[in-house]
Design a protein around this ligand. Structure first.
Ligand code: FES
Length: 108
């Protein structure tokens, strides 16, 4: 059995060389909101959900991006409502939010 039921990694990378990066799309705010909602819903911790920061996940063209394991589902989003939907549908209820899934062909 896994220590966490689900583990989410948010790319918070900020590039300074002029190339786009997730931090240009409010990734920190989405991360903070996700972490806060997971706690509010009592999902955080062992046997539950862990939300972690990550550096570049090399899928920058789809930024902002996050990945949920163990399902290996990649998401991109527009606003906090999208994050709420990911938290409640996928992280809590195990239902992937298909409309926010990052297409497989999006890379760097
Ligand atoms: S900057 Fe976020 S995936 Fe590369």
């Amino acid at each position: 059995m896994s220590y966490y039921e689900r583990h989410v990694f948010f790319c918070l990378n900020q590039r300074t060389n002029g190339e786009g990066s997730c931090a240009d799309h409010n990734a920190q705010a989405a991360f903070d909101h996700c972490k806060s909602r997971v706690k509010q819903l009592g999902l955080a911790g062992k046997g539950g959900v862990r939300v972690n920061k990550a550096g570049c996940l090399d899928r920058c063209a789809g930024g902002p991006v996050a990945v949920v394991y163990p399902e290996d589902v990649w998401y991109s989003w527009v606003d906090q409502g999208d994050i709420d939907e990911i938290v409640e549908s996928h992280l809590r209820d195990g239902q992937v939010v298909e409309r926010l899934v990052l297409p497989d062909n999006v890379g760097r």
